[in-house]
Write a new protein. Structure first.
Ligand code: C2O
Ligand code: CU
Ligand code: CU
Length: 502
């Protein structure tokens, strides 16, 4: 069945499904009367801060914030008071300076996800810790040949990453395309999810939810609940979509519109490819070209089966699985409506064709200096279910090559300038979307098949009991950095390793 016809089948039940999807949030949402939301349903763009003369200098404050979500007040955490934080627009060769202040009660720091910049010192250094009340000045220097694209920023302090993302700390970074596709307008769409309790506070997260990877009951686009946008027929838009959810995968479709994928994570594709749906693991971004046609369309996120712990846990947990449908494993939920696009009015003039992007580097043609295998696993329960002194996070271990994260230990040493081939294996019943900082990965084989074309990503999903082979050119920078599962609860539970390039 094509995604569109599936979508049409679901359309009849959509109102009910939408209500069910948020129903678990209980008081917080249903009190608002569902559709009886006040104004503010329009899609808004985050504030934009652009570089000038090669520099973008800004202050970011991570702090508790009160925002309106739907008809209610929610108590979240935000950069500079808004969900998402400001959109930062820079160019290759620019210097981005961020003076970050922590007004939270927990330590934090800042990561520029996907940027190819130095991991050392005041650069994209994941080992920095900014205590409550403290500040830290980051400086990121983008190389002159930095690929254009949609990147993002979020805190990265081990042990707090999922909590701080789920609370609202994220924002977009755009590296301008020197040869942009002509479009009527661009939209940044940051998709996030969170769960609020009856008083608008962030809900407690159970140990079970952390092990699965929490999925918030409320899914937002640019901090709003099911906003709407308008366009005229015959226009072309560029949508920069960021999956800022801590764990939720997004299988996106937009019925009735012509969609083309023009970028994934980094760079622009040589040719935009027609798609009916596109799947983003947590951390992934896509750039979509939307050629508008009259009518009302809905951007829908269909559930994605990313495995679960049913086999591993159910006996042990005695059915005390989390909220939600059948056992609560991801993929068992209902589709979620994210955004409606109303296309009406006078048709716009004719659309110029999309110019091709530059051809991509292909590491399959380059020689490989080293090959490694990294095993992502969920381990046994040493010491019994809830017992032991390790706390709830220790119910199950999340490891790479049998080890939990240790910032002091260096797990992989690579030579600056080397091209390496890494095989990422997953011995667990859940998917693990693997992310490497600083250096992007080219997928060369997946599920036993060679990849077609030069597919570059900075988050690569390694399916349950599956494996993926990537190549990485460890170029331009030396220093220590990390790789980890981008189900950020898994990262916080230990599924992160360190790497040193020199
Ligand atoms: Cu978006 Cu290390 O993460
Ligand atoms: Cu990252
Ligand atoms: Cu994982």
């Amino acid at each position: 069945m094509s995604p569109l016809s599936r979508r049409q089948l679901l359309a009849l039940g959509a109102a009910g499904a939408g209500a069910a999807a948020v129903g678990g949030a209980g008081l917080w949402w249903t009190g608002g009367g569902g559709q009886a939301l006040g104004g503010g349903r329009e899609l808004v763009q985050p504030e934009v801060l652009s570089s000038r003369d090669g520099v973008l200098d800004l202050a970011l404050e991570a702090a508790p914030a009160r925002v309106r979500i739907g008809a209610r007040e929610a108590h979240v955490q935000a950069f500079n008071g808004s969900l998402p934080g400001p959109t930062l627009r820079v160019r290759a060769g620019d210097t981005l300076r961020v003076s970050m202040t922590n007004r939270l009660e927990a330590p934090t720091n800042l990561h520029v996800h996907g940027l190819h910049v130095s991991p050392e010192g005041h650069g994209d250094n994941p080992f920095v810790s900014i205590g409550p009340g403290e500040s830290f000045d980051y400086e990121y220097v983008l190389p002159d040949d930095h690929p254009p694209g949609t990147y993002w920023y979020h805190p990265h302090h081990h042990g707090h990453v999922a909590d701080q993302l789920a609370a609202g700390l994220y924002g977009t970074i755009v590296v301008e395309d020197p040869d942009p596709v002509p479009v009527a307008r661009e939209r940044v769409l940051v998709i996030s999810d969170l769960t609020l309790d009856g008083s608008g506070d962030l809900a407690e997260v159970t140990p079970m939810e952390r092990m699965r990877g929490r999925e918030g009951e409320t899914v937002l686009v640019n901090g709003r609940l099911r906003p709407s946008a308008t366009a005229a027929p015959g226009e072309r838009e560029l949508w920069r979509v960021v999956n800022a959810c801590p764990s939720r995968f997004l299988r996106l479709s937009l019925d009735g519109q012509t969609l083309r994928l023009s970028g994934r994570d980094l760079g622009r594709l040589p040719e935009a490819v027609g798609v009916t749906e596109v799947t983003l693991a947590p951390g992934n971004r896509v750039e979509l070209l939307v050629d508008t046609r009259e009518g009302t369309s809905t951007l829908v996120a269909a559930p994605v089966d990313r495995g679960g712990m049913a086999g591993m846990m159910d006996g042990m947990m005695g059915g005390t699985s989390g909220r939600g449908g059948s056992g609560g494993d991801p993929g068992s939920g209902e589709p979620v409506d994210l955004l409606s696009l109303e296309v009406a009015g006078e048709p716009a003039g004719h659309l110029d064709p999309v110019p091709p992007g530059p051809s991509l580097r292909d590491l399959r043609e380059e020689s490989v200096a080293a090959r490694r295998t990294l095993d992502f696993a969920m381990g046994g329960m040493g010491g019994g279910m809830m017992g032991g002194g390790g706390g709830p996070g220790r119910m199950m271990s999340f490891t790479i090559d049998g080890q939990e994260f240790d910032a002091e230990r260096t797990d992989q040493r690579v030579r600056v300038g080397a091209v390496e081939e890494w095989t990422l294996t997953n011995a667990s019943p859940m998917d693990h979307p693997v992310h490497l900082h600083v250096w992007p990965m080219q997928v060369v084989a997946e599920e036993g098949r060679d990849a077609s074309g030069a597919r570059w990503q900075d988050v690569v999903n390694v399916p349950a009991f599956g494996q993926v082979t990537v190549r990485v050119a460890f170029e331009d920078f030396g220093g220590r950095s990390v790789f980890h599962c981008h189900i950020l609860d898994h990262e916080d539970l230990g599924m992160m390793g360190t790497l040193e390039a020199r």
